[in-house]
Structure formats: C-alpha cells, structure tokens
Write a new protein. Structure first.
Length: 86
C-alpha cells in the first residue's frame, strides 16, 4: 500500500491498528510458546525415561531428598557473627 498520499490522521489510525495487531500477535505467541515449552520438556523427559519401569521410577523417587528448609533467618544477623577482617 502506498502511504504517501494519506493524511497524518489516516496514518495515525493505521499505525494504531497495526500496533494493536502486533500486541494481539505477541500475546498469542506467548501463549503458544508456554504450551510448546511444556510439551517439549515432557517429550524430552519421556524420551529419557521411556525405558524405565514403574519400579525404576519409584526407586528414583526414593532417592530424591525430602524438601529442605530454605529459611534464611541467620543471614541477616551478620553483626552477631562478627565483622569481617576482625
């Protein structure tokens, strides 16, 4: 399309329309990408673990350590430990 013969108002309207189209396309791409990534990870896991039996999976699950606490209460009390260099 030749935009040279359009007025500023017409160009602004087209520009806003095209920007809205891009926003819609970005949102759709983001949604598709999330599903694609999840399915790709699942397929890779299936490929890697496909030959394992249920007993193998249970053994592996038993090897995973119990959830560990991620508390960081002691980190902020550095002054109680001492000043570095002393």
């Amino acid at each position: 399309m030749n935009y040279e013969n359009l007025t500023l108002e017409e160009l602004e309207a087209i520009r806003l329309e095209k920007m809205a189209d891009v926003d819609v396309a970005r949102a759709a791409l983001s949604e598709v990408s999330v599903v694609y990534d999840r399915k790709a990870r699942a397929a890779e896991l299936e490929r890697k673990l496909g030959g394992l039996t249920n007993e193998d999976l249970e053994l592996l699950q038993g090897m995973i350590p119990a959830a560990q606490s991620t508390a960081v209460t002691g980190i902020e009390s550095g002054e109680e430990i001492g000043t570095p260099g002393k």
